[in-house]
Ligand binder design. Structure first.
Ligand SMILES: Nc1ncnc2c1ncn2[C@@H]1O[C@H](COP(=O)(O)OP(=O)(O)OP(=O)(O)O)[C@@H](O)[C@H]1O
Length: 344
């Protein structure tokens, strides 16, 4: 269990992490997701003991490992955590087996035990045949597996990942997601995973914390976030594709009638339909793009700074320059106020 209470990290007058509290159950896979600069890496660095918090506490189980109020943090090596970064940082002069062996050697494990553990984790990651190669003799994906093997070899009870897949190509990234989850389950460790990619977050997480400007916008399961977004930011950040947010002021009159004028209405892409001509409840957009998604069609329209996306079974063929009329259901799926707060 990881317990984070009122955590703050400031750089001068700026709070990169601004009063975050979260409890992560034992064995959970927590993903910290949010746009660039929202404070994800700073959070992870504090969990790893690489930064001392400016305020608040972090506890692993019953043990406080960082206390910003008193200005101390337990050393990274003494925290029972393993960390994998986006750059693999393997030791170039050591073989694959040597890289994985090194932390065990440092921990004082006897040679026969070490050999058995190295063989075990290399097999778990599917890289046993590469044991005697050097980092410059293996691919990027294989290097990332070695970095993960090296992290889990000493059996840390908490695994920390900072965008570990972002240097891999799209196909490998999808494969490695599954692989990482398998490793997570096999070790039983509590994992915290940082990414700016909401698809990665939603597919891997047991729990997600959506961060924005150093604060948690919402903490919950992936299903909670998609079904019941707490803020306008979450609504438009998660989901494939994310939900549409349309200011009530631009809605067709028959749809805006009973809604507060300053609010924004949320419509799910799958609740919209499209038409080549204006009809009741439709809004006109310029056609932007269409793409097939799992046997359906995803259509996007643009009007000034507003983008709208519908996912439909069948659609007329549109070309750039055409008007597409997106038909909105009678009631929005949610309403958000001017500050992004959920109204209904
Ligand atoms: N050492 C530092 N000194 C000053 N400001 C910093 C420092 N480290 C981070 N920041 C600032 O804190 C904010 C959060 O940074 P952080 O690296 O945690 O963001 P992030 O969400 O991980 O972003 P990205 O996805 O781009 O890596 C940013 O505005 C960043 O510029």
């Amino acid at each position: 269990m990881i317990r984070i209470e009122n955590l703050v990290k400031s750089f001068g007058a700026f709070n990169a992490v601004d009063d975050i509290s979260l409890s992560v159950p034992e064995g959970a896979f927590l993903v910290l997701v949010g746009p660039s600069g929202c404070g994800k890496s700073t959070m992870l660095r504090m969990l790893a003991g690489l930064e001392t918090p400016s305020g608040g506490t972090i506890a692993f189980g019953d043990r406080i490992v960082s206390d910003g109020n008193r200005g101390w943090t337990i050393d990274p090596a003494q925290r029972d955590t393993g960390l994998v970064f986006q750059s693999y940082a393997l030791w170039p002069h050591m073989s694959v087996a040597g890289n994985v062996d090194w932390p065990l050697k440092i921990a004082g494990m006897a040679r026969p035990e070490r050999q058995a553990r190295v063989a075990e984790v290399l097999t778990m990651l599917g890289i046993a045949p590469l044991a005697t190669r050097y980092p410059n003799e293996i691919s990027g994906g294989q290097q990332q597996r070695v970095a993960i093997a090296r992290m889990i070899a000493p059996r840390p009870s908490i695994l920390l990942f900072d965008e570990p897949l972002s240097n891999l190509d799209a196909k490998l990234r999808v494969e490695m997601r599954t692989e990482l989850l398998r490793v997570h389950r096999a070790t039983g460790a509590t994992s915290v995973y940082v990414t700016h990619d909401q698809v990665e977050a939603m597919t891997m997480a047991s729990h997600v914390a959506v961060l924005n400007q150093g604060r948690v916008e919402q903490f919950g399961t992936p299903e909670d976030l998609v079904r019941n977004p707490a803020t306008a930011f979450v609504a438009t950040f998660v989901g494939t594709p994310p939900a549409n947010l349309v200011p009530v002021s631009v809605l067709p009159r028959e749809r805006a009638a009973s809604l507060p004028a300053q609010a924004s209405a949320m419509y799910r892409p799958e609740d919209l339909s499209v038409s080549a001509i204006p009809i009741e409840g439709s809004l006109a957009f310029d056609f932007a793009e269409a793409s097939p998604v799992a046997g359906r069609t995803m259509l996007t329209g643009i009007s000034d700074s507003l983008r709208i996306t519908a996912v439909v079974d069948a659609a007329p063929r549109f070309a750039v320059g055409d008007k597409v009329h997106f038909v909105l259901p009678e009631a929005p799926a949610a309403l958000f106020g001017a500050n992004g707060e959920r109204l209904s």
